[in-house]
Design a protein around this ligand. Structure first.
Ligand code: AMP
Ligand code: GLY
Length: 423
């Protein structure tokens, strides 16, 4: 059976690696993939990214089903295109993906359905936006409405910074059309966690909980990144919090999308802010799996991923069950020089150590050049390990991460520290 994974990051490497466990049964194509997917047995990269061209490929090669990793092809309507041609694909339609691709849509949707989130207003013009900032107390959070590759959210501790963010987006058009409309919302206190589920339009299968580290430097300092490391499970997601998130956020979202005529299918990611008092608010939705959260989640998934996805596509997630390794998985991202700004590319990566059992080096921004593996993106690798507890998982992951060398390598040394705190 032939499968197609769309994307080129660590998330897609982890998906292809998990699916390739049955590599005697399947051939897995990754479009476009990276040096890591190129080296998995049973996996082949294809240099195609355009959604129509991917549908042509799927038709010609009789691909059994496609799985979409990143948001860009979803925003471009790849699911609509595949479905219109009778091709099986797992992901949300363009309309359902608005939960991620328009912050204004997501916030209004949450208001309509009573889903807890920060109070907000949306603005197309700078003058009323400035007036609103003057009315509210800082800190405030200024968000570009559209997709902005991780650069669209400014947490403004002071009114001056909030005013500046509004001017940059609405007046200077620093983020282009993505920033031509902004959401201004209240700052939420608490601890973040990632809550990822599979959805078949009606039924929901929660995946294991996880947390990532968004800031570039230790102690959660410095600029935001796509994620410098992640682990699963997240101890802060207690059974009570889990039940509350399903009841107050996930179920109303899935029901609401169905009621509005845009049923949600695919992976759905709710970014949570969990307050000390036990209340939970939605920071954002992503219409896909998280990266790097997927890497530890896939390390822990014991069930057959293809079977779960087939059940989702058939609308039978109510009959699905996911089995998880009881151990902890933790992933440390190795990032390139310059990240999260413009990353330097082409640095040779050497010292790929043996990967002891229970450790896996997932590739993200890597490519092959003249027989060597070189850096080719901001987040280069994610070294992920299983351990009996978070300390063990962390020790195993860093032992391998420290043996990998490339010029300008950046990594955080404190991944998982929140999970070490008593909760
Ligand atoms: P988003 O793309 O909406 O997830 O925002 C990126 C990051 O900004 C989040 O992961 C949070 O760390 C932070 N953030 C976004 N919205 C808020 C908020 N209302 N309060 C506090 N932090 C926020
Ligand atoms: N790690 C957060 C994300 O995938 O957006």
């Amino acid at each position: 059976m032939k499968l197609l994974v769309i994307g080129s990051g660590g998330r897609e490497h982890a998906l292809a690696w998990h699916l390739a466990r049955d590599s005697q049964l399947h051939k897995i194509y990754v479009a476009p993939g990276n040096s890591g997917t190129a080296r998995e047995s049973g996996v082949e990269n294809i240099a195609v990214t355009n959604p129509e061209a991917l549908a042509d490929f799927a038709e010609k090669e009789k691909i059994h089903l496609a799985i979409v990793g990143p948001e860009a092809p979803l925003a471009a309507g790849i699911v609509n295109i595949f479905r219109a041609r009778g091709l099986k694909i797992f992901g949300p339609t363009k309309e359902a993906a608005r939960l991620e691709t328009s912050k204004d849509f997501a916030k209004r949707f949450m208001s309509r359905h009573g889903i807890p989130t920060a109070a907000f207003e949306t603005f197309d013009n700078a003058i009323p936006a400035h007036d609103y900032i003057d009315l509210k107390n800082a800190p405030l959070v200024i968000k570009a409405d559209g997709l902005a590759a991780g650069k669209g959210v400014i947490v403004a501790p002071t009114p001056e910074e909030a005013h500046r963010a509004v001017d940059e987006m609405l007046m200077d058009k620093k983020l282009g059309p993505a920033g031509s409309r902004v959401v201004i919302e209240d700052f939420l206190e608490g601890e973040e966690a990632s809550f990822i589920v599979m959805v078949d339009g009606k039924n929901i299968l929660p995946l294991a909980s996880s947390q990532d580290h968004k800031r570039i430097y230790d102690g959660d300092r410095g600029p935001n990144t796509g994620g410098m490391g992640a682990y699963s499970p997240a101890p802060i997601v207690t059974p009570e919090i889990h039940a509350k998130v399903m009841r107050e956020i996930i179920r109303p979202t899935v029901l609401g999308m169905e009621a509005e005529g845009t049923p949600y299918t695919g992976f759905l990611y709710a970014g949570l802010m969990i307050h000390e008092d036990g209340s939970v608010k939605t920071v954002e939705f992503n219409c896909r799996l998280g990266d790097p959260e997927t890497q530890p989640i896939m390390m822990r998934l014991k069930s057959n991923l293809l079977v779960l996805i087939e059940q989702a596509i058939a609308g039978k997630l109510d009959q699905a069950d996911a089995e998880w390794d009881h151990r902890v998985a933790l992933g440390v991202v190795l990032a390139a020089a310059g990240y999260p700004g413009t990353p330097r590319k082409g640095d040779v990566i050497d010292g790929f150590p043996e990967q002891p059992g229970d450790t896996k080096i997932f590739h993200a921004g890597t490519s092959d050049k003249e027989g060597q593996i070189v850096t080719d993106g901001g987040r280069v690798l994610c070294v992920t390990a299983l351990g009996a507890n978070i300390r063990h998982a962390r020790k195993h992951a860093y032992a391998v991460a420290d043996d990998i060398h490339f010029s300008g390598k950046q990594l955080r040394r404190d991944i998982g520290y929140r999970a070490l705190k008593p909760v």
